[in-house]
Design a protein around this ligand. Structure first.
Ligand SMILES: Nc1ncnc2c1ncn2[C@@H]1O[C@H](COP(=O)(O)OP(=O)(O)OP(=O)(O)O)[C@@H](O)[C@H]1O
Ligand SMILES: [Mg+2]
Length: 342
């Protein structure tokens, strides 16, 4: 029997009980992750959940305070150089130089990575072209839009094709078109054989890109699985209704709860309701179930003025998983500090 393990069998990321504290704030509070090589792994969580901190520990930019983390079998504390040789990070707050042009940035970084001058120029031109930035190549990065900026950041982090790419909230704040462009880029990077670990605040983004998702809250993993598994536990969709008459809301609430066998929430707007649609974990199943529930309301003489079916938001995911909405840990910490001061 051969004793050497094939690289493909070694997970890209393996952590157990990973901890990182800032003072008495346990930003990462015992995280276990297993990211198979060749996959896209999504880490989903609200502001302050510990996503960036976890990524920085894995990229050897922060030293953990407890537990273990290995990247392609290399311990992040004992073998940081071996880890760095395999990974690349596109940060939430970017690293390209604002005063340089797109081309200058990429050529400079490629030179720092050891490419010869002609090779650096070729690589830069190719990436700018592939990322739809050829026209902007000679403009200073500070003149780029948010979407262009995110694309050049990703381009900068794949000048040398990394084995593992960390993408920290690659699309936060982007418009739908730019988000789609970034998603296409991520898919192209994956097609080159790179493992991707991405953090996001959007369930639909994790759903679009990731093979598996870990949901984190207050530095802990509160759910883990494939997007399908996650959606079948939280519902594949969520239906928002506005009634003509606020007086019919109690009846609508009761009918919907029964029809959907799910939690129905009354919004602060007196004519509005939101309900999780469990379906069978698929969007088609959710649409079918929502349509039937709606038909039942109509049969009972309840007038619906507005109706929409969407993917569950991060808030709804958290509500389903934790019985509390996703809240901003920063605000919670600030509020707690304020409380102590009083
Ligand atoms: N360098 C630091 N010093 C002190 N506290 C920090 C530091 N970096 C992060 N924190 C705290 O650690 C917690 C987790 O922060 P982190 O940036 O990892 O969250 P996040 O999930 O990336 O949030 P966001 O979605 O807003 O980017 C927060 O409470 C934050 O205030
Ligand atoms: Mg972050």
């Amino acid at each position: 029997m051969p004793t050497d393990t094939k690289d493909a069998d070694v997970p890209a990321v393996e952590t157990s009980g990973l901890v990182k504290v800032f003072g008495d704030n346990r930003a990462v509070d015992g995280i276990d992750l297993h990211v198979p090589a060749g996959s896209v792994y999504g880490v989903l969580g609200p502001n302050g959940a510990g996503k960036t901190t976890a990524v920085k520990v894995l990229a050897t930019l922060l030293r953990p305070d407890g537990g273990q983390a290995r990247v392609f079998g290399h311990d992040v504390v004992r073998e940081p150089a071996a880890v760095r040789a395999r990974v690349s990070l596109t940060g939430q707050y970017a690293s390209v130089d604002e005063d340089l042009t797109g081309t200058e940035n990429l050529v400079l970084l490629a030179r720092l990575l050891g490419h010869s001058k002609p090779a650096a120029r070729t690589r830069a031109a190719r990436l700018l072209d592939a990322f739809g930035l050829a026209d902007a190549a000679r403009r200073q990065v500070k003149q780029y839009s948010g979407g262009m900026r995110r694309r050049i950041d990703i381009a900068a982090s794949i000048l040398i094709t990394p084995d593992l790419l960390f993408l920290d909230e690659p699309t936060t704040g982007l418009d739908p078109r730019s988000r789609n462009q970034v998603w296409d880029i991520v898919r192209a990077v994956v097609a080159m054989g790179t493992t991707v670990l991405l953090t996001t605040q959007y369930l639909d983004e994790a759903d679009q890109l990731a093979d598996r998702i870990a949901v984190i809250d207050h530095g802990r993993v509160i759910a883990e699985g494939t997007p399908g598994q996650l959606k079948s536990s939280v519902g594949a969709g969520s239906v928002h209704l506005r009634l003509r008459d606020a007086g019919q809301r109690a009846e609508a609430h009761e009918l919907l709860s029964r029809a959907l066998v799910a939690q129905v929430q009354l919004e602060s707007d007196p004519v509005a309701l939101t309900a999780r649609v469990p379906g069978d974990g698929t969007e088609a199943g959710a649409a079918e179930q929502a349509a039937q529930a709606l038909a039942q309301l109509t049969r009972s003489g309840i007038t619906v003025d507005h109706f929409s079916l969407g993917q569950p938001s991060l808030d709804e995911v958290f509500l389903a998983l934790t019985d509390h909405p996703a809240h901003d840990a920063e605000h919670a910490t600030a509020a707690a500090a304020e409380e102590t001061r009083r």
